[in-house]
Every structure is written in structure tokens, then in C-alpha cells.
Design a binder for this molecule. Structure first.
Ligand code: ZN
Length: 136
């Protein structure tokens, strides 16, 4: 078998769509005790990063009314926006997704926050969850 998935896939981060970083951050940081880590803004969102063990929680606030996060909140309200899995080989993973008939949002990897190669899978193929893949 040439295209066996490696088993190093892990949760990189969970993205939460919030209406206000200012109002939400104190709960996660000060009450729940997650440590804040600096992250660049990306995809039209202001991002607050919080370390939760090996994974991050990312609080995502829309930068403008037409950003993806604003549209998500308008449609579904605040909540879990996406989950990101870190994979060993993004190209090979996308190839397996394609072969499995998974609908891809990004046909090819693109550069995301922190300069990592990422790609999104469409929720219609992933049990209703927006899945982001990133490379270690
Ligand atoms: Zn993400």
C-alpha cells in the first residue's frame, strides 16, 4: 500500500467564532486558565491564541462585516467555527481526501497564519464540521 495515512495527525487548534475578543478572552484566559500566545491575524479575523496543552484554542473575531467569521456568526451565532488537524504531509492528505470524494474548499495548500501550509475541507463532507488541515 503506497498511500497509507501516517498516524501523526493531531489537533492543532480549535477556532471559536466570537462576537468580541474583549468580552470573551477573560473567561478563557483568566477564569479557565489558558495561557495567551501571540498570533497573527488571518482570513479577516483578529485572533487571540490560547495554549491548551499541545493544542491551541483560537478566539476569532471578525475584522469587518463581510469577513468569513462575521458571516458565520450572522448565520449560526457564536460557537465552534472549525477544528484544525496537523498532518505529516498535507499534499498526501489532500490526495487521500480527493480519492475519498471529500469536497475541498482549498484545492491546493495555501499559506495560513504563522506561515504554515493549510487547506480547508468543506463541512458537507466532514459531518458538518469545517476542518482545516495544516502541516507540522
Ligand atoms: Zn484555524
Amino acid at each position: 500500500m503506497s498511500n497509507v495515512p501516517p498516524r501523526g495527525t493531531r489537533i492543532a487548534h480549535v477556532g471559536l467564532a466570537v462576537t468580541s475578543l474583549h468580552e470573551t478572552l477573560p473567561l478563557y484566559r483568566d477564569v479557565l486558565g489558558l495561557s495567551e500566545v501571540p498570533l497573527d491575524n488571518a482570513d479577516g479575523a483578529c485572533i487571540a491564541g490560547l495554549s491548551a496543552g499541545d493544542a491551541l484554542v483560537e478566539l476569532l473575531e471578525a475584522e469587518s462585516p463581510d469577513s468569513p467569521i462575521a458571516k458565520f456568526i450572522a448565520k449560526r451565532g457564536p460557537g465552534i467555527h472549525h477544528i484544525c488537524f496537523s498532518v505529516d504531509d498535507l499534499d498526501a492528505t489532500l490526495e487521500r481526501c480527493r480519492a475519498a470524494g471529500v469536497r475541498l474548499i482549498d484545492e491546493r495548500p495555501r499559506l495560513g497564519a504563522e506561515g504554515k501550509r493549510i487547506a480547508f475541507l468543506h463541512p458537507s463532507s466532514t459531518a458538518g464540521v469545517l476542518v482545516e488541515l495544516s502541516e507540522h
